[in-house]
Design a protein around this ligand. Structure first.
Ligand code: ZN
Ligand code: ZN
Length: 244
């Protein structure tokens, strides 16, 4: 597996040499500039620090007395804990868009670097399986890749964990969640995910990876399938999230 990773890495470095250009403004940067971002673009990112929601990881207001966000006070989620690295605004919207729709897969490498640091900061270091939020095969055929899978693969490699994108699968092609109302969103995802083997994940600690966390409906639907295996814990790591 390591050999495959190295080959992919070498290929990516050949196509797009890392740490030469800023992934946002594409200006030249110094090789030691963190996450392949120039100082200016890095400075404009809203990094999620404390206080953040204890449940889903969304940023809270400085003077907020609650430990959870409004959404998590109202709705029960099916995962152990969620974390996001940055707020989904400005430049972050641009790089997520470039990554997903302009086929700039190397951005996923830097997103994974950022998430890896978030996981270390939150002491989430003992994971048995890193699992991407799955994409239906029709959509994957359209886009050519599952963006969550690219990020998850790099996180697993950075943290020396197992990557698995075969056990949790998406069996039903669903409409875009953001075009639906609350009730429709729930119905839309019903039975969309399936776990092939309950034995593999039984008693294990799972890290479920997505690019953006919004309502949590998608990861909850994934957790419903994952929970059939009775895992020890399910952590959610997403690159970006909105503020409530
Ligand atoms: Zn820049
Ligand atoms: Zn929350």
């Amino acid at each position: 597996m390591k050999l495959v990773y190295n080959m992919i890495d070498a290929l990516l470095d050949f196509i797009y040499p890392r740490n030469i250009y800023c992934i946002v403004c594409e200006k030249s940067i110094k090789t030691n500039d963190q996450y392949s971002l120039c100082d200016e673009c890095r400075g404009k990112i809203t990094w999620i620090k404390k206080p953040a929601c204890d449940v889903c990881g969304k940023p809270l207001d400085e003077n907020d007395d609650d430990k959870s966000c409004v959404d998590c006070l109202k709705n029960i989620h099916m995962f152990t804990k969620g974390l996001s690295s940055v707020v989904y605004d400005g430049n972050i919207k641009k790089i997520v868009h470039d990554f997903k729709y302009h086929n700039k897969r190397y951005i996923g490498y830097h997103m994974a670097e950022i998430i890896t640091d978030t996981l270390h900061q939150n002491k989430i270091e003992h994971i048995d399986y890193v699992v991407p939020v799955p994409m239906h095969k029709n959509k994957k055929r359209q886009r050519g890749f599952n963006q969550s899978s690219i990020i998850a693969k790099y996180i697993a490699r950075n943290m020396n964990m197992n990557f698995n994108d075969k056990n949790l699968i998406k069996v039903r092609d669903t409409s875009e969640q953001n075009k639906l109302n609350k009730k429709e969103r729930f119905e839309n995802l019903k039975g969309a995910f399936h776990l092939n083997s309950t034995d593999l994940f039984r008693g294990k600690e799972i890290l479920l990876v997505d690019d953006i966390y919004t309502t949590g409906n998608t990861v909850d639907a994934c957790c419903k399938a994952l929970n059939k295996a009775n895992p020890k814990a399910i952590y959610i790591a997403s690159f970006a999230t909105g503020k409530n």
